[in-house]
Design a protein around this ligand. Structure first.
Ligand code: NAD
Ligand code: UGA
Length: 458
């Protein structure tokens, strides 16, 4: 079967870039991305590419290539479903915040709504592709809904989890380490295989059974997050012993069996998926009675929470046990560089901790808007909100501050005139580098008291 028309439900961080690249690489396929969120769709259709809803290096070029040619963004979900031979489900699957599995299981209500809508609208046979990250055996539930509520048309379900990382999404999509397709039906698998093989080498397209594919996605994120928690746990030990975590990471990373990636100690991992997917894995393990497995993976989250809290506690302790009334500049709010995404960013937790100690917070991030920062802090009361100031200028954010905390590893932070920043701060001037980003020697020479994650001043 040759696919000529695709619909993707969900125009978010995954649906948008993933489908834009498919449209770019397959000019013969009409790709329509739909979403219920009207302002998001309007932003994807905005002629000014600065207004795209997602900041990703290289994305504007992909959109320029394909939009209006064979790539379309729309809020007309029914029409796009009806017209498509293949439908990707790319909606959000957040942690459930109510009922059974609250705080752990994935909330599949958006997935179920999509399945019911596809069943209601479809008049011709379709391939339905799970692009969202889902608990193992979700395909069974989707199939059940489609088969029992549809108009008698045939649906084939495939699992095709996405492995892109934000900030490098376009690069990851153009040149993936692998593409994973889980399914039973040979014809459906080969239809999706043919789409990817337009630009991905065939040996990198892996086919498995559906359940392996679903579980591989959760496992990949759990392993990646585990590496970050592992190095962060060692960072605390480094601070006590005089070892330097960057040196330890380099030394162990040169062992080909360990590998050098994902060994950067930090303020703690953030992002919409690591925590959510591990909690989901823990929940699934528990539901099968595998308590040791569940406890093993839960520890990755416990360590991450500890890392975020100990970073803010260290600021408070170092500033003579009180930050009340003191200005602290936070450089970076996004959960990593080169994205405007702030979901589960460590910065949120750190800001909340400092504000609960009555610090005055000045935030600067090159890509995150003031509106988003304030939305992230909605839990604060009105009085606490007054303690937050968002600045468009990093020098202004740092001016007259007692301390600066580097929370995101934006490249531009390394290009600042740190001498000028130092001169405009209260003394002693503290820098807490949560990303090991700046040049320690240079910062100390300027006069800063420089405190980096995972290295002591012993
Ligand atoms: P997102 O919140 O950015 O986007 C999801 C979109 O789906 C939203 O715009 C929402 O309005 C829309 N939506 C929800 N229900 C809908 C419905 N019934 N009809 C139409 N639109 C609907 O989420 P995301 O970051 O793109 O993540 C989507 C999925 O991909 C999740 O399962 C996530 O775990 C997975 N994933 C995310 C990433 C990432 O880097 N963000 C990477 C790999 C996998
Ligand atoms: C992650 C995975 O890398 C993707 O493969 C996956 O598709 C995606 O989750 C998902 O399922 O959503 P992402 O969260 O976008 O991608 O970004 P990462 O580069 O993995 O970083 C996650 C967090 O870990 C960030 O806060 C980052 O700063 C932190 N991190 C990462 C470290 O603290 N140290 C490291 O060495 C690496």
């Amino acid at each position: 079967m040759k696919i000529k028309s695709i619909c993707c439900i969900g125009a978010g961080y995954v649906g948008g870039p993933t489908m834009a690249v498919i449209a770019q690489k397959c000019p013969d396929i009409k790709v329509t991305i739909v979403d219920l969120n009207e302002s998001r769709i309007a932003a994807w259709n905005d002629s000014n590419l600065e207004n795209l809803p997602i900041y990703e290096p290289g994305l504007a070029d992909v959109i320029t290539d394909a939009r209006g040619r064979n790539l379309f963004f729309s809020t007309d979900v029914d029409k796009a479903i009806d017209e498509a031979q293949m439908i990707f489900i790319s909606v959000n699957t957040p942690t459930k915040n109510y009922g059974v599995g609250k705080g752990m299981a994935a909330d599949l209500k958006y997935i179920e709504l999509c399945a019911r809508q596809i069943a209601r609208v479809s008049k011709h046979d379709k391939i339905v592709v799970e692009k969202s990250t889902l608990p193992v055996r979700t395909a069974e539930a989707i199939k059940n809904i489609l088969d029992n509520t549809g108009n008698g048309v045939q649906f084939q379900i495939l699992s095709n989890p996405e492995f892109l990382a934000e900030g490098t999404a376009v690069q990851d999509l153009h040149n993936p380490d692998r593409v994973l397709i889980g399914g039973e039906n040979e014809e459906a698998i080969s239809a999706l295989f043919d789409i990817y093989s337009n630009w991905v080498p065939k040996e990198k397209i892996l086919t498995t059974n559906v359940w392996s594919s679903e579980l591989s996605k959760l496992t990949a994120n759990a392993f990646l997050a585990q590496r970050v928690s592992s190095i962060n746990s060692i960072s605390e030990l480094c601070e006590k012993t005089g070892a330097d975590v960057s040196e330890v990471a380099k030394a162990i990373g040169m062992d080909a069996r360990i590998g050098s990636k994902f060994l950067k100690a930090s303020v703690g991992f953030g992002g919409s998926c690591f925590q959510k997917d591990i909690l989901n894995l823990v929940y699934i393990a528990k539901s099968y009675g595998l308590h040791e497995v569940a406890d093993y993976w839960e520890q990755v989250i416990i360590m991450n929470d500890h890392q975020k809290n100990r970073f803010s506690q260290n600021i408070i302790k170092t500033l003579y046990n009180t930050v009340s009334g003191k200005k602290i500049a936070l450089l970076g709010w996004a959960f990593k560089k080169d994205t405007n995404d702030t979901r589960e960013s460590a910065a949120i937790n750190i800001a909340q901790n400092l504000i609960s100690e009555q610090a005055n917070i000045a935030v600067y991030d090159p890509k995150v808007s003031e509106k988003q920062i304030k939305l992230d802090l909605l839990d604060l009361d009105e009085k606490q909100m007054d303690l937050i100031n968002v600045s468009q200028d990093p020098y202004e954010a740092c001016s007259n501050s007692h301390a600066i905390a580097i929370l995101t590893e934006w490249d531009e932070f390394n290009t600042y005139d740190w001498k000028k920043i130092y001169n405009n701060m209260l003394k002693p001037a503290f820098v807490f580098d949560g990303r090991n980003l700046l040049d320690k020697k240079q910062m100390i020479e300027i006069g800063f008291t420089y405190i980096a994650v995972g290295s002591s001043n012993l």
